[in-house]
Design a protein around this ligand. Structure first.
Ligand SMILES: C[S@@+](CC[C@H](N)C(=O)[O-])C[C@H]1O[C@@H](n2cnc3c(N)ncnc32)[C@H](O)[C@@H]1O
Ligand SMILES: [Zn+2]
Length: 611
C-alpha cells in the first residue's frame, strides 16, 4: 500500500463525469478542464447517434422483411433519382436511401426477405487523445458503444493514456485501446472502419481532415474541433485559405462563418473520395468551434455539393452581406436535373444601400449546419439525464439556442452594429424582432452571439425599419458621405410597425431560459500546446494575467496544467441578451461579445494559443 501511495505521490487525480485521470505533476501531457463543455456535448451527440443509428437500422430491417422478394434495390435506386432532383429539402431521405442502397448492395447475395444481420456496436476512434480522458468518458458513460481506439503521436501522452485506462478499472481496460502512432497514417490504413471519428487537435484540424473523412464508416459520425479562431475569423485570410480553401470576410458573423468554412473544407475532402457530409450539429462554444457531421458515400449526391456552397459579398461600408451560390440546377429534357454555373454577380459594383464596394469571401457551406431533429433529440436526451452532464447548464443553453435558429438562413447581423452604422440608439431586440415579424418576415436569434439576428428579410427592409426608427429617435448630423447618411437619405418604402409581435420574444426568451452563460472560470480559454515555451507572443496574445496564471497557477511552475488561456474577454460569452426589455438601449456592444475575434489577434496567423 505504501508503495502504491509512493507511486501516486507525483500525480494528482482529476475527475470529470465518471472518469478519473492521473496527471503527473511534472510532465506536460495536454489537459484542459474547461473543455468539459466540448466533451459533454460530444457525449450528448454520441448518445443521439447511437439511438438514430439503431432506428435507421430497424427501419431498414422492417422494410427488407416486409418486401418479400420485391426488387427493393431497383425501387430505392429509382426513389433516389427523384430525391436528388428535389434538392436539399429531401436531403435526409436521400441519405437514408443511400445508406439503404449501400447496405443492400453489400447484402445482395443474401435472401432479400429476411435480414438477420445484427447491428454491431459503433467502433470509435479518438484520433488525438492526449490523457485519454475523452475516450475514458465515452467508455464509462455512453451505453452501447463498441471498442474505443485512442491514438496519440506523443510518447508521454500514450503512457499517460495507458495508465489512465488501467486506473479506471475493468470497464475501460476491456474497451479502450491506445496506440502510439501518427493518427493520419492510422486513419488511412483503416478506411471506412470507424463508426465515429473524433478529431480534437491543437489549433487547426486541417491536416487531419483528408484521412479522417476516409476512416469514417458509411453513415458514421465525424466530430471535429477547431480552435484556430483567429485564422478562421479572418485575422489572416491567406492562412485560412491555405488551411481550409476559403477566404474569410471579417463580418460580425465571423464565428458562424468559421463553422461554415470548416464544413466546406470537410465536404471538399470528402468529395475526393465520392463521399459527402450531412451536418447534424455545428457549434461555437467558449473559444472554439466543434462540428458533428455524418459521412456518406454517393457518386450522384456529390454532384449537389456546389448547391451547398456560396461565396459571400460583404459591403465594406454598411453591414449588408449577400450570398452567391456556386451553381444552379437546370431541368434535363428527360426528367431529373443537371448543374450549371450560377448566374452572377448577385450584387452591383456598389452597395445599393450605402454606395460602398464589396469584399468577396468564401466559399462557405451555405446549406443547413444543424439537423433540427438531432438537435431536439439531443437536448431532450440531455434534459432527461441532467446528473450525468457536469456541463449541463452550458450544453442545454447552447442546444436551446441552436434549436431556435432559422436553419435555412446562413450568417447573421448584429442589431447593435446596424444601429451603429446609422449612428442611432438601438431599438430593443423585442422591438426590432417585432418590426421584422410585422413586416411579414422570419427572424431568430443565433447561438453564436446574443445580439445576433438571423432573418429572411432583405436588406432594404432591414434598413427601412432603421429609417423608421430614426424618424422617432433622431440622430446628430453625420458626415455627408458616411454609409449611415447615405442609407438614411432614402425614404422608407415600408412603414415599420414596432408593436410587440407574439413571436418576438422567441421560445427561450419567453421562458427566460439562460442562453448565454458567464465564463467557466477565471483564466479560462485555449491552452498553450503541451511542451511549448511561453514567449512574448503568448503574452501579447493571451494577456499577462492569463500567462501569470499559467505559470504560477499549476504549482511548481508547471505552465501546462493550470489556468492558461485567453484573456478573460476573448469569448463569445456575453451578458444576457440586452434589449429583451422594451426600452431602447444605446449601450454599445464591445467587440468581444459581438462576434469579433477580440483577444485573438494573431500577428502571423498561427494560433499561438491552442486548446
Ligand atoms: C488538444 S490535445 C487532445 C485533447 C483530448 N482530445 C482531450 O479531450 O483532452 C491534441 C493531442 O493530439 C496529439 N497529436 C498531435 N498531432 C498528432 C498526430 N499527427 N497523430 C496523433 N496525435 C497527434 C498531441 O500530442 C496532443 O496530445
Ligand atoms: Zn453597404
Amino acid at each position: 500500500m505504501a508503495e502504491v501511495d509512493d507511486k501516486l505521490k507525483d500525480y494528482e487525480i482529476r475527475k470529470e463525469g465518471e472518469a478519473e485521470i492521473l496527471l503527473h505533476k511534472r510532465n506536460a501531457v495536454f489537459y484542459n478542464p474547461v473543455q468539459v463543455h466540448n466533451r459533454d456535448m460530444s457525449i450528448a451527440v454520441l448518445r443521439t447517434f447511437i439511438a438514430k443509428r439503431k432506428e435507421e437500422h430497424e427501419a431498414l430491417v422492417d422494410k427488407r422483411n416486409t418486401s418479400h422478394g420485391k426488387d427493393k434495390l431497383s425501387e430505392i435506386s429509382c426513389q433516389n433519382g427523384e430525391d436528388a432532383s428535389t434538392g436539399q429539402q429531401d436531403e435526409m431521405e436521400l441519405n437514408k436511401a443511400e445508406v439503404q442502397i449501400d447496405d443492400l448492395s453489400k447484402e445482395a447475395t443474401k435472401p432479400p426477405w429476411k435480414v438477420t444481420r445484427e447491428l454491431k456496436p459503433p467502433l470509435v476512434l479518438e484520433a488525438l487523445a492526449a490523457t485519454g480522458l475523452r475516450s475514458l468518458r465515452y467508455a464509462r458513460e455512453v451505453e452501447g458503444l463498441g471498442k474505443i481506439v485512442a491514438l496519440d503521436n506523443d510518447k508521454a501522452s500514450v503512457e499517460d493514456c495507458k495508465r489512465n485506462i488501467k486506473f479506471n478499472g475493468a470497464s475501460t481496460t476491456s474497451k479502450v485501446e491506445t496506440y502510439l502512432v501518427d493518427a493520419r497514417i492510422h486513419m488511412l490504413m483503416h478506411p471506412k472502419e470507424f463508426d465515429v471519428v473524433d478529431l480534437d487537435p491543437y489549433g487547426s484540424p486541417s491536416i487531419f481532415l483528408d484521412s479522417a473523412v476516409q476512416a469514417v464508416a458509411d453513415g458514421g459520425l465525424l466530430m471535429c474541433t477547431a480552435t484556430d479562431m483567429a485564422v478562421l475569423c479572418g485575422a489572416n485570410g491567406e492562412v485560412c485559405y491555405s488551411k481550409y480553401g476559403s477566404f474569410p470576410t471579417k463580418g460580425k458573423y465571423c464565428h458562424e462563418m468559421a463553422l461554415r468554412i470548416l464544413l466546406a473544407s470537410i465536404e471538399s475532402h470528402a468529395n475526393r473520395y465520392k463521399r459527402y457530409i450531412v451536418p447534424v450539429l455545428s457549434v461555437f462554444m467558449d473559444f472554439y468551434i466543434r462540428v458533428f457531421v455524418r459521412v456518406f458515400t454517393s457518386a450522384s449526391e456529390i454532384k449537389n455539393t456546389p448547391l451547398k456552397l456560396s461565396y459571400i459579398y460583404q459591403c465594406v461600408g454598411c453591414d449588408s452581406f449577400h450570398l452567391q451560390c456556386l451553381a444552379r440546377t437546370v431541368p434535363k429534357k428527360n426528367n431529373g436535373v443537371k448543374h450549371a454555373p450560377a448566374f452572377g454577380p448577385v450584387v452591383p459594383q456598389e452597395c445599393s444601400d450605402c454606395g460602398k464596394k464589396f469584399n468577396v469571401g468564401g466559399p462557405i457551406w451555405s446549406a443547413p449546419i444543424h439537423d433540427q431533429d438531432w438537435v431536439v433529440s439531443t437536448l431532450t436526451g440531455v434534459k432527461s439525464m441532467k446528473d450525468r452532464y457536469p456541463a449541463y447548464d452550458k450544453i442545454t443553453s447552447v442546444l436551446t439556442t441552436v434549436s431556435e435558429e432559422l436553419d435555412d438562413i446562413p450568417l447573421f447581423f448584429s442589431l447593435h452594429n446596424i444601429a451603429g452604422t446609422v449612428k442611432c440608439t438601438s431599438p430593443s431586440l423585442v422591438m426590432f424582432r417585432s418590426a421584422v415579424l410585422n413586416a411579414g418576415y422570419r427572424i431568430s436569434s443565433t447561438h453564436v452571439n446574443p445580439l445576433g439576428v438571423k432573418s429572411d428579410a432583405p436588406w432594404d427592409v432591414i434598413w427601412d425599419i432603421m429609417r423608421c426608427w430614426v424618424k422617432n429617435h433622431p440622430i446628430k448630423e453625420q458626415a455627408r458621405d458616411s454609409p449611415g447618411t447615405v442609407i438614411l437619405s432614402k425614404s422608407p418604402k415600408l412603414e415599420a410597425d414596432f408593436s410587440r409581435a407574439v413571436a418576438a420574444l422567441g421560445k427561450s426568451g419567453a421562458k427566460k431560459t439562460k442562453r448565454f452563460l458567464p465564463n467557466p472560470e477565471r483564466h479560462w480559454g485555449p491552452k498553450v500546446r503541451a511542451g511549448r515555451k511561453i514567449t512574448s507572443k503568448h503574452v501579447s496574445l493571451l494577456g499577462p494575467d492569463a500567462i501569470n496564471a499559467a505559470v504560477n497557477g499549476g504549482g511548481g511552475g508547471d505552465c501546462h496544467r493550470e489556468g492558461s488561456g485567453a484573456a478573460p474577454d476573448s469569448s463569445n460569452t456575453a451578458p444576457e441578451p440586452e434589449g429583451l426589455e422594451d426600452e431602447p438601449s444605446n449601450k454599445r456592444q464591445k467587440a468581444s461579445g459581438d462576434g469579433e475575434p477580440e483577444g485573438q489577434k494573431a500577428s502571423d496567423g498561427e494560433p499561438a494559443s491552442e486548446a
